[in-house]
Write a protein that binds this ligand. Sequence first.
Ligand code: FES
Length: 239
Amino acid sequence: RQGDGAAPAAVRFSLDGRELDAAPGETILQAARRAGVAIPHLCYRDGLRAEGNCRACMVEIAGERGLAPACCRTPQPGLQVRAASERARTAQRLVLELLVAETAGSAQAVDSELTRWCAALGVGAARFAPRAQPAADASHPAITVDLGACIQCTRCVRACREVQVNDVIGYAGRGAQARIVFDLGDALGASSCVGCGECVQACPTGALAPAGAAAQAVATRAVDSVCPYCGVGCQLRYH
Ligand code: FES
């Protein structure tokens, strides 16, 4: 009821046989994370709108034929969810293996959220052929771009748009041609990127990474004023 001042009730459901309480509006993944239960996830990130595009978080729900993405599904009272069943784990591992194949051959695909989830679930080398690798982009003084390591989770797009309200990063093309772009397909260094680094923090594979030590030194030297675009003080100086 609205207007009676009562706090919305938590939703009790079970996850792999354990009773959990989801806060109102919380998804299965959010409730699981708060309870310390690990469900693989890559396109989900706290603070960003859930998109459900990577499918790493698929879980089994009693009474339903298909699997469901835990990052997008809010539980109903009494829902029985299984994230560690053989069927759910098989789906999660297959998704991770396909994503590993996407990034095969990338020099930056090391020690990332993707590789850590693979290690946790015992996913090794992919059985699938890697895709053609796009050329790396080192045009930006503070951020390197290796779209060969990109899994198109769009966390960088949402971080740029929803956190920084910059809207530099977009998603273009269809099917096999779908890709991350900067402005209208510019090199990152030629785009309107202000170098805030929000996309680097959001990237789960290392496709967007800090540039080398020399560029980092440039990026952190003293300046007279903060960036006029986003106002967060990224410390980049433009000549
Ligand atoms: Fe749920 Fe990507 S984390 S679909």
